[in-house]
Write a protein of this length. Structure first.
Length: 126
């Protein structure tokens, strides 16, 4: 799944600046991020845009990552690479290009309707 130091730096640099230890499950190519907060303590829009951003960035940068579990106190969001790739309709590695990232990811996160549709399409809540 790549260099754990690089993954540590990636997770630390992503939005949602909350204490978030993580665990890798290389046998099933899964990343589990354990946020030390409940979602009720967070702004709902910021939470959703951050989850979309974080999942998309991780899948774009970690080629063999298949799933991510974002765990908060009392709730978990699960997302699969295949669902994110279907949502964007591109090979996720192309999103590492700055212009492509801005056009297909970043610029769309200001649209509340887009964010809601994306959350419904790619995230499963537990």
């Amino acid at each position: 799944m790549g260099d754990s130091g690089n993954i540590t730096n990636l997770i630390a640099s992503l939005p949602l600046k909350i204490e978030k230890p993580f665990q890798l499950f290389p046998d099933v190519y899964t990343l589990e991020v354990n946020y030390k907060s409940s979602i009720s303590a967070l702004d709902h829009k910021h939470l959703e845009t951050s989850l979309i951003y974080n999942a998309t960035a991780a899948f774009s940068l970690i080629a063999n990552l298949d799933a991510i579990h974002f765990n908060f106190e009392g709730i978990s969001y699960k997302v699969k690479r295949s669902d994110v790739a279907t949502w964007y309709g591109v090979d996720l590695s192309t999103l590492t290009d700055e212009d492509t990232w801005h056009e297909l990811v970043q610029s769309k996160l200001t649209d509340n309707g887009y964010v809601s549709r994306c959350m419904e399409a790619i995230f499963l809540k537990d």
